[in-house]
Design a protein around this ligand. Structure first.
Ligand code: FMN
Length: 337
């Protein structure tokens, strides 16, 4: 059994393209996430030693246990790419993407297209397991192609038989994309049907969500969008799992401190503050979810181009909200003026 399932109920950071880079994964670990996975990386890009692709493989020791997620459809290429990744980077595991719904990937038989082609899915899984042994291989699936073809149980049993050591199940079909709700009943059935650990994924927002879903028999959970806007949710969940206590969101100042740190680290990494801040705009939009005056903040973020601007926005927001929290009526009037 993978060691991180032995004595705990691991919280995974979901792989998210353009989001879960080394910085973000590191922060999630600091907040209490147990396991992280890189965003999906094209096996073909590795094979060709594409410079941009190789950047996605970057990680720090603090992020371990870490999985590198690969996608592709050619079993031989995937096997060799996975082998190269293991030799170069020695990740804790290789994760196979069988869930991506994006047309560019699906049209080349990658990601969720393999849910429709079980013989090819089996070949891919077997090829990679064999190529990287003794490195463990895990997989991430959706529950099926569409509502009429929900085949997660079949896929899960097949992958278990191929030697896949843990399986993340996102409770949506390919057809759903990100709409509707994740079907946790199907996730629960998969967890009951196989011996390998099943990690449930989809729509988890809070510690209570985790506790409720744990009762379905999953061995761990994976959080994506909730972590994107509030990575401190991992601390809240860990506390709840340990003591049953619900801890509050960090104070506004601390949340801003984290956001400024993320942007500063991003600028350092990219080496160009303006470009880094442009790249951070969508991240700032996500962080603002759940903040007071979120809509107003988003309008400020849409044109942001420097750390100085961010610090000014943060400072003014903290002051305004401290004033709004004051119970004196005139103060509220001033703050809103
Ligand atoms: C922006 C974005 C990028 C994603 N990229 C990947 C990816 O590279 N690999 C993958 O397996 N899933 C990817 N996903 C799916 C997530 O891992 C996860 O399954 C999905 O968001 C549902 O979980 P959540 O409700 O906790 O967000 C992505 C999701 C989002 C929102």
């Amino acid at each position: 059994m993978l060691p991180w399932f032995k004595d705990r109920f691991p919280l995974y950071v979901a792989p998210m393209a353009g989001i879960t880079d080394t910085l973000f994964r590191g922060y999630c670990k600091e907040f209490g996430a147990d396991v992280v996975v890189t965003e999906f990386v094209a096996a073909e890009g590795i094979f060709r030693r594409n410079a941009r692709t190789l950047e996605y493989l970057e990680f720090t020791e603090a992020e371990r246990p870490l999985g590198i997620q690969l996608f592709g459809s050619d079993p031989d290429h995937l096997g060799r790419a996975a082998q190269m990744v293991c030799e170069w980077k020695n990740p804790d595991f290789i994760d196979l993407n069988f869930g991506c719904p994006v047309n560019k990937v699906v049209s080349k038989n990658g990601g969720s297209a393999l849910l429709k082609d079980c013989p090819l899915l089996e070949k891919v899984a077997r090829a990679v397991v064999k190529a990287v042994a003794p490195h463990p291989v895990t997989a991430k699936i959706r529950i099926g192609w569409d509502q009429k073809n929900i085949n997660a149980l079949t896929t899960a049993r097949l992958l278990e038989d191929c030697g896949i050591q843990a399986l993340a199940v996102h409770g949506r079909t390919k057809e759903q994309g990100y709409s509707g709700l994740a079907d946790w009943e199907v996730i629960g059935k998969v967890a009951q049907a196989v011996q390998i650990p099943v990690i449930g994924n989809g729509d988890i927002q809070s510690p209570q969500d985790v506790a409720q879903r744990r009762s379905l028999g999953v061995a761990g959970v994976m959080l994506g969008r909730a972590a994107m806007s509030a990575p401190w949710v991992f601390a809240q969940i860990q506390e709840f799992l340990k003591t049953g206590e619900l801890i509050e969101e960090p104070p506004l100042e601390d949340r801003w401190k984290h956001i400024v740190r993320h942007c500063r680290d991003g600028a350092k990494r990219i080496g160009n503050e303006t470009i880094a801040m442009q790249c951070m705009r969508s991240r700032l939009m996500a962080y603002s979810r759940g903040f007071p005056e979120a809509k107003y903040l988003r309008s400020l973020f849409s044109g942001i181009a420097s750390l100085g601007e961010l610090e000014d926005i943060a400072g003014a927001h903290i002051v305004r909200n401290a004033q709004l929290a004051e119970p004196v009526a005139e103060d509220v009037g001033v703050a809103l003026a």
